[in-house]
Design a protein around this ligand. Structure first.
Ligand code: SAH
Length: 356
């Protein structure tokens, strides 16, 4: 497609928040730098229209690297015996939250491997305790797949949001990334339950995961378009050497940023983190993500001695502006591009302020 018609396509996406499949595909395939720059610029403008130049921060507490699942890409998969397993105590989690609260965080994200089913009650009590201590904070969970009643109990205990990437909306591709016990169907069922239960829901994919085609990504975009999550999580695939997919190539920062922009134009109000994985493969990743329309960063609040063991992928950035203690560094980094931290809870706005 000609440059002018590609730009026209981007204008349509901005105005109508939707394209036909071949339009999304054309944006993903486009190798004209000036078109990609235009895409990022439009997305940035839209993000600024909704969020000004504020970037929300979420304090990430990596609860555990114990996991009952065995995703082929993930370093904390059950079969990885090269990893020392840990589980934070209630006290450690509360201390991390306390430290985060003092630094100014008003959202805590509890993320972890998928604990054995008999740990559900512990999780419920933990959420309930956090809710009582910090009633002004949002609690986000990213703890994988559970039966519906566990999601119900966690929501009642005070959880507000849930992140569960669908990973791939193509069943064949999904099956290449996960063992037979896991299914796309169950993943999607969980996402539907979470939404029904009134969580603000986040979903997404790894860009450049093994065997992923651009057509697969178009399917993911179209699923997200229908599902309308409040949060969209996207990071490049990064191999982890002790996993079956450890020899595959790293995903692309460029494609990840391009997707941030596409999703920003589709969903002006969405909460889109500039992810740690992006910042791991590109030293300027966080900033590039924001310049492409992302509006959230998730610094690490986990106790320093366990961070190295939450080894989802090789080289995971765990220090400096990626860590809660590095919040000043983050402020400085954001100020160089004219942005700042927005210390609010940053709930998803239901109202639609388009193209301000
Ligand atoms: N157990 C939870 C949390 C998993 S970790 C869950 O399954 O939802 C959160 C995200 O990290 C996953 O959804 C996955 O997309 C990402 N991740 C895992 N391994 C990765 C890898 N090798 N490279 C990049 N991202 C990875």
């Amino acid at each position: 497609m000609q440059r002018a018609s590609m730009k026209h396509l981007i204008d349509i996406l901005r105005a109508e928040h939707h394209l036909e499949s071949n339009g999304y595909k054309a944006l993903l395939e486009c190798d004209d730098d000036s078109v990609v720059a235009y895409l990022h610029e439009q997305a940035r403008e839209v993000a600024q229209g909704v969020f000004a130049r504020g970037i929300f921060v979420r304090g990430l507490v990596e609860l555990t690297n114990v996991c009952r699942n065995d995703c082929y890409y993930c370093g904390i998969r059950n079969s990885n015996t090269a990893l020392e397993r840990y589980m934070l105590t209630t006290e450690q989690v509360l201390q991390s939250c306390q430290q985060g609260y003092e630094l100014g965080f008003r959202t805590f994200v509890l993320q972890g491997g998928e604990l054995p089913r008999d740990k559900a009650q512990w999780l419920v009590e933990l959420v309930s305790e956090i809710r009582q201590r910090w009633s002004d904070c949002a609690i986000t969970l990213s703890l994988g797949e559970w039966p519906r009643e566990v999601y119900v109990a966690l929501r009642k205990a005070g959880a507000d949001r849930y992140l569960l990437r669908h990973e791939s909306h193509n069943a064949e591709h999904y099956a290449k990334l996960h063992p037979a016990e896991m299914s796309l169907e169950n993943r999607l069922q969980c996402l539907t339950w979470l939404k029904e239960l009134g969580y603000q829901v986040g979903t997404g994919i790894m860009t450049g995961s093994p065997w992923q085609s651009l057509d697969n990504i178009v399917e993911d975009i179209e699923f997200i378009e229908r599902f309308k999550p409040q949060m969209i999580g996207l990071g490049p695939f990064v191999p982890q050497h002790d996993t079956p997919l450890g020899k595959f190539a790293t995903g692309s920062a460029e494609l990840t940023c391009r997707l941030y922009s596409i999703f920003r134009l589709m969903f002006p109000n969405a909460l889109i983190p500039s992810t740690t994985a992006l910042n791991t493969i590109d030293v300027k990743g966080r900033i590039k993500g924001i310049m492409a329309g992302a509006n959230v960063v998730m610094p690490n609040l986990s106790p320093a001695n366990v961070r190295g063991n939450y080894a989802l992928y090789d080289g995971k950035a765990i220090t400096n502006a990626e860590a809660a203690e590095g919040i000043e560094q983050l402020e400085t980094q954001l100020s160089t591009i004219g942005y700042h931290i927005d210390w609010g809870r940053g709930d998803h706005k239901q109202c639609t302020i388009h193209n301000a």
